[in-house]
Design a protein around this ligand. Structure first.
Ligand SMILES: Cc1cc2nc3c(=O)[nH]c(=O)nc-3n(C[C@H](O)[C@H](O)[C@H](O)COP(=O)(O)OP(=O)(O)OC[C@H]3O[C@@H](n4cnc5c(N)ncnc54)[C@H](O)[C@@H]3O)c2cc1C
Length: 405
């Protein structure tokens, strides 16, 4: 039934594209299925934008980094700040990781540019059969392979076969649901409002990435792209407020003026509201069907870990699948993929993003003062600062996963 060594990948998001490119680089043919087409692929809602050092190393492995750097912003610093009085609590500098990585900085480069560049690489690769405007519907599996049913651009039903199927479909993964795998966790009651602004916040002391603590309204502020400069501010919103009201131009303007009064109206470029989940699939695999990226885990974006850890899944899985299909590894390598990446999703990505939100939103003045003192002490001590950065940049998560048998 199956083509001996082909992998069927569902979803040309950052995870599906990196996985396909890393497999093809190791001589494994891939069928890459994407529901979006030429006409709407680049019209996706703005999402992830911060790429950590370990992710940049992986992008470099598939020739993607050199295409992204000219389109991104190199950002070695990030700040913890206090909203009251716009005070700096602590500054962390990725230069402290100069002996740990070739890329001691994050690259601010939005998801849409990553998928655009990776799609161009995938299109050019002879081993990747890229199927745009093709929607995955269901699958079956047997002892030696998988069959995926898709709707092709002509609206007809078609089947594709492979040795393995990877769901890189995002959080609503059909494969996860068909396998009956629980998506365990919770959803925050407060949704996050993202406002995009044409303004250079650096003139007020901010750096490219800022985590801003406040007992009433924490926020995140990121230099998103430029020139011309575009910044994004994230705010929590009350569960009972309706989207239309929250996104009214006057409401957005008032919120920004409360955050940082400038004496002039902000030039607001766009806004969106999103629901934040903390969920990890109970299993990352059902036989020959495997989950990666948002299909396997979703988390709050505070700390920029969702896309990054998904890309780390992709490379881990590509090496395991290539090893199996080239006869160098046994199928139990896929169990190790699950042990390694599920551990990271729970103990690093989820744990850190939950902690990050708590830290920014803490209401108790004594606890806030203690937290801020600790951040200050950590940033000032070279050893502690390096350890902190190894965790926040997910390098530690990769090292720890390597130690899992
Ligand atoms: C507002 C916001 C901000 C974020 N900021 C960050 C950040 O700064 N850093 C970070 O690391 N993460 C961030 N994230 C998370 C990040 O966007 C996701 O973790 C990342 O996009 C997941 O990649 P993925 O490839 O797994 O899935 P996706 O990016 O969701 O891609 C899935 C792909 O599969 C396709 N697809 C879905 N169903 C089908 C089907 N049935 N058939 C065919 N194709 C299908 C979709 O069209 C899509 O192209 C943010 C998320 C949000 C919502």
């Amino acid at each position: 039934m199956a083509q001996v060594n082909r992998v069927v990948v569902i979803g040309a998001g950052p995870v599906g594209l990196c996985l396909s490119l890393a497999l093809a680089q190791q001589d494994i043919p891939v069928s890459l299925i994407e529901a979006l087409g030429e006409d709407n692929f680049l019209e996706q809602v703005p999402r992830a934008g911060t790429n950590h050092p370990a992710t940049l190393e992986l992008f470099d492995r598939i020739g993607l980094y050199e295409r992204l750097e000219p389109r991104g912003i190199i950002a070695p610093l990030f700040h913890y700040r206090e909203r009251d009085g716009n005070r700096l609590i602590a500054e962390f500098d990725h230069a402290r990781l100069k002996d740990d990585t070739r890329f001691p900085y994050v690259l601010q480069c939005e998801r849409i540019k990553i998928v655009e560049e990776a799609l161009a690489l995938a299109r050019a690769h002879p081993l990747i059969d890229l199927r745009l405007s093709t929607t995955f519907v269901s699958f079956t599996q047997g002892a030696d392979g998988v069959t995926a049913t898709v709707t092709n651009p002509e609206g007809e039903t078609e089947t594709l076969t492979g040795a393995y199927l990877v769901s890189a479909e995002g959080a609503r993964s059909i494969v996860r649901k068909e396998l009956g795998i629980e998506f365990e966790g919770f959803t925050y009651a407060d949704r996050t409002l993202n406002i995009e602004v044409a303004y250079d916040f650096r003139r007020h002391g901010y750096t490219e990435r800022n985590y801003i603590s406040d007992p009433e309204e924490w926020s995140n502020l990121f230099h998103w792209k430029g020139p011309p400069d575009r910044w994004r501010v994230h705010f929590p919103t009350a569960p009972e407020e309706d989207e239309e009201g929250l996104r009214r131009p006057e409401a957005l303007q008032a919120r920004l003026q409360r955050f940082l009064p400038t004496g002039a109206a902000y030039d607001i470029v766009g806004s969106n509201l999103y629901t934040v989940h903390q969920r990890v699939a109970q299993k990352f695999r059902g036989g020959r069907a495997i989950l990666a990226g948002d299909a396997a885990h979703v988390n709050s974006p505070i700390g920029a870990m969702g896309m990054n850890s998904g890309v780390h899944d992709a490379f881990n899985l590509a090496d395991k699948l290539a090893g199996i299909l080239l006869g160098e590894l046994g199928e139990d390598a896929l169990d190790r993929y699950e042990r390694q990446r599920r551990h990271v999703a729970l103990q690093h990505t989820q744990a850190q993003t939950i902690r990050n939100k708590k830290l920014l939103a803490e209401k108790d003045p004594a606890v806030r003062a203690r937290n801020h003192d600790e951040l200050r002490r950590t940033a000032e001590d070279p050893k502690l600062a390096r350890a902190f950065l190894l965790r926040s940049s997910l390098i530690e998560s990769l090292r720890e996963a390597e130690r899992i048998a």
